[in-house]
Design a protein around this ligand. Structure first.
Ligand SMILES: [Zn+2]
Length: 124
């Protein structure tokens, strides 16, 4: 038989736990603090992603002149402006196979030599 002597500790403060073996926290205070930390980490992540998407949208929008429906932009310029390619809201594959990534109503299509075509939403 394996005799494993395992001392469980509180997930928040790491103090050894006494009593029921299914306990995870020393008391309600540690439990509540732990859950609040989890929640705020999740909230931070959501906030950061939302901020990045909003920034991407503003950058794409700022590049397209009002009277145009698309414009070409270089990857360096986009990165310099703070554009983060990993964040997009959805994508669209055109009939010709072109793969557009969208940040809300603005999209981009990768062209050759690190150029991108920035577009406004395809109206349905
Ligand atoms: Zn504790």
């Amino acid at each position: 038989m394996l005799t494993q002597k395992e001392t469980k500790t509180c997930q928040l403060c790491n103090k050894p736990l006494k009593g029921r073996s299914d306990k995870k926290f020393c008391d309600d205070y540690c439990r509540a603090s732990f859950n609040n930390d989890l929640k705020s980490a999740a909230n931070n992540f959501v906030r950061n992603v939302n901020n990045a998407l909003g920034k991407n949208r503003r950058i794409l929008g700022s590049l397209i002149p009002d009277e145009h429906s698309n414009v070409k932009a270089n990857q360096d310029k986009l990165l310099q402006m703070g554009f983060q390619f990993k964040y997009h809201t959805h994508n669209y594959i055109a009939l010709n196979g072109n793969h557009y990534f969208y940040c809300y109503e603005y999209g981009y299509l990768q062209l050759e030599n690190n150029w991108y075509l920035i577009v406004r939403r395809h109206e349905d």
